[in-house]
Design a protein around this ligand. Structure first.
Ligand SMILES: C[S@@+](CC[C@H](N)C(=O)[O-])C[C@H]1O[C@@H](n2cnc3c(N)ncnc32)[C@H](O)[C@@H]1O
Length: 234
């Protein structure tokens, strides 16, 4: 499959998942993804007045947390290439008062429509595993961040511990896929496990970040190593 075909396939999957994405996330992580997302925003070092990026924003959880942190003097760009996810993100914040300072931008993480050195901080939740070219995504992130700015990248991770590894596989096969099946989305969620097999480990992510030009990189395993946050500094 060419990279373009792969990207189209991934976009279609996320367009189809959009209507149930939030409920499934809450149910499957027992609400814990909200805590992990708050941790990622904290580690991004976003501050009041900052201009921030939420890459692969989906329905916009991280963009919303960033927006509350930067306040009305700041600005957040929520970027995704799935129109259905962005429509959902926009509807979710439409009734917020005071309004949140978020622009929803339909764009490819591999070719961002922003100038160099533009953002004070960035987040990416469950996006890096889905892009077709991870080194390129990290290079783009590096390009658009200001010097010394940080990005916090949250995603699944295969734990080193063999018991937790088996538990994670059991959980994906026996809870995640059957839950998705209820919504007619078996194929869409069955892809998580193979995508995780191909996803770089924490230490491989550190190497990739350094190759992309980041001056510092730390990978924090969370949930027993079943998730991780890569924190990188330009
Ligand atoms: C698993 S969802 C994560 C959504 C959200 N960040 C969260 O944490 O709930 C991954 C998102 O990445 C987006 N995505 C994947 N590849 C992308 C790319 N190359 N450019 C922009 N968005 C992309 C998908 O459309 C999808 O909305």
């Amino acid at each position: 499959m060419s990279l373009d075909t792969q990207a189209n396939y991934i976009r279609t999957i996320f367009d189809r998942i959009a209507p149930v994405y939030d409920s499934l996330n809450d149910w499957l992580s027992l609400g814990q993804h909200r805590i992990w997302k708050h941790m990622a925003v904290k580690w991004s070092d976003a501050k009041p007045g900052d201009t921030c990026l939420d890459l692969c924003c989906g329905s916009g959880d991280l963009a919303q947390i960033l927006a509350r942190r930067v306040g009305l003097s700041g600005q957040v760009k929520g970027v995704d290439f799935s129109p259905a996810q962005l429509a959902n993100a926009s509807t979710r914040v439409a009734s917020c008062y005071p309004p949140l300072p978020i622009d929803w931008v339909e764009a490819d993480a591999l070719n961002l429509p922003f100038p160099d050195n533009y953002f004070d901080a960035a987040t990416m939740g469950y996006g890096l595993r889905n892009v077709t070219d991870i080194p390129r995504a990290l290079q783009e992130l590096h390009r658009v961040l200001k010097p010394n700015a940080k990005a916090a990248i949250l995603d699944f991770h295969r734990p080193n511990n063999s018991t937790l590894r088996s538990f994670q596989q059991w959980y994906l096969d026996n809870l995640v896929v059957p839950a998705a099946q209820q919504f007619g989305l078996t194929e869409e969620y069955a892809y998580i496990s193979p995508s995780l097999d191909k996803f770089p480990t924490g230490s491989e992510q550190l190497q990739l970040a350094r190759l992309a030009g980041f001056a510092a990189a730390t990978h924090y395993p969370i949930a027993g190593g079943m998730m991780g946050v890569l924190v990188i500094t330009k």
